[in-house]
Design a protein around this ligand. Structure first.
Ligand code: PEP
Ligand code: MN
Length: 340
């Protein structure tokens, strides 16, 4: 961290800042400038809390230099993390496509959609058995019955299952059935859930909090990796903004930033970002053009009857067209011939 002093800061104020830096166990390195002094904070392990210094007399601003995360940073681990689930590869130069309904509604519904996801060339199947809903009166999922239905679809079509864990109470159960455990946007900073995910034997798909910065998102991933689970897949799903034309705003710029800062795979969920079916395909194509490592897309064969998020679900034919487009775009954007 760099502590920049006011131009009229007194020598006593500069010395006080230096003493405070040293008091906290760091080395202070004063850098005299043309018209002001700056003080470098050196030999810190991890990020320095700027609140310790920014209110001291004579301080103009503090500029962070070290990132707060370590294990998930590319600086610490330059090589891309590749997550493998059976034959499916997520990360590196591969594009993984996850398709399926928002919620598991019935065995018949899941089997119809899973068959179409498989036929379209999807790699994994999604569906929520525990649904976080804004209203306590809405459909909250079928629970364990839903997980059993997902397991049947996996057996029938050979598609690994991605499903959400909502709390610690259902963690063991979800871990038992899922191939990839999803932590949703509302739980991105549920630190006890993150720590438990760090002890899971399955990969974790960590969605970005709807108001989280990229640093906060990576710090949430750091919790999981720090507890011993290296298999974290990041998922951008849109952030809350002032616009009304979409449910959220897909922060596509986060993709190159995360790819640069972290070695973890990063995928995009355009469905929850858009909230409207007609926006999902263009946003998905844009994500593939930015070399996102995958897409997670809601698909429903009869969206008008869906118990959750029908308005943003693609029809199976649309999903099939999109899968073809995504693989072609990803190949161009990454120069990889392994888009599939
Ligand atoms: C979901 O993927 O089903 C979901 C609830 O997403 P999010 O946590 O991004 O809202
Ligand atoms: Mn949904």
């Amino acid at each position: 961290m760099l502590i920049v002093m006011n131009r009229d800061a007194t020598e006593e104020q500069v010395n006080h800042v230096i003493r405070t830096v040293e008091f906290h166990g760091y080395t202070a390195h004063p850098i005299p400038g043309g018209d002001r002094v700056s003080i470098g904070v050196l030999y810190n392990q991890g990020a320095v809390d700027d609140a310790l210094f920014r209110s001291l007399d004579g301080v103009k601003e503090t500029i962070p230099v070290t990132k707060p995360y370590k294990l998930v940073s590319r600086e610490f681990h330059p090589v891309d993390t590749i997550v493998r689930v059976g034959d499916v590869v997520i990360g590196g130069d591969r594009l993984a496509i996850i398709g399926g309904p928002c919620a598991v509604e019935s065995e018949e519904q899941v089997m119809i959609i899973a068959e179409r996801v498989k036929k379209a060339g999807g790699d994994l199947f999604r569906g929520g058995a525990f649904k976080p809903r804004t209203s306590p009166y809405a459909f909250h999922g079928l629970g364990e019955e839903g997980l059993k239905i997902l397991a049947k679809a996996r057996d029938a079509f050979g598609l690994p299952i991605v499903t959400e864990v909502m709390d610690l109470d259902c963690f063991d159960m979800v871990e038992h059935y899922a191939d990839i455990i999803q932590i949703g946007t509302r739980n991105m900073q549920n630190f006890s859930l993150l720590r438990r995910a760090g002890h899971a034997k399955k990969p974790i798909l960590l969605k970005r909090g709807m108001s989280a910065t990229v640093d906060e998102w990576l710090m949430a991933a750091e919790y999981i990796v720090a507890e011993g689970n290296p298999d974290v897949i990041l998922c951008e799903r849109g952030v809350r903004t002032f616009v009304k034309h979409s449910r959220n705003t897909l922060d596509l710029s986060a993709i190159p930033v995360v790819r640069r800062e972290s070695h973890l795979p990063v995928i995009v969920d355009p469905s929850h970002a858009a909230g409207y079916r007609d926006q999902v395909m263009p946003l998905a194509r844009a994500a593939a053009a930015l070399s996102a490592h995958g897409l997670m897309i809601e698909v429903h064969h009869a969206p008008e009857t869906a118990r959750c998020d029908g308005g943003q679900a693609l029809l199976p034919d649309q999903f099939e067209t999109l899968c073809r487009q995504l693989r072609a775009i990803f190949e161009v954007s990454t120069g990889s011939s392994k888009a599939g």
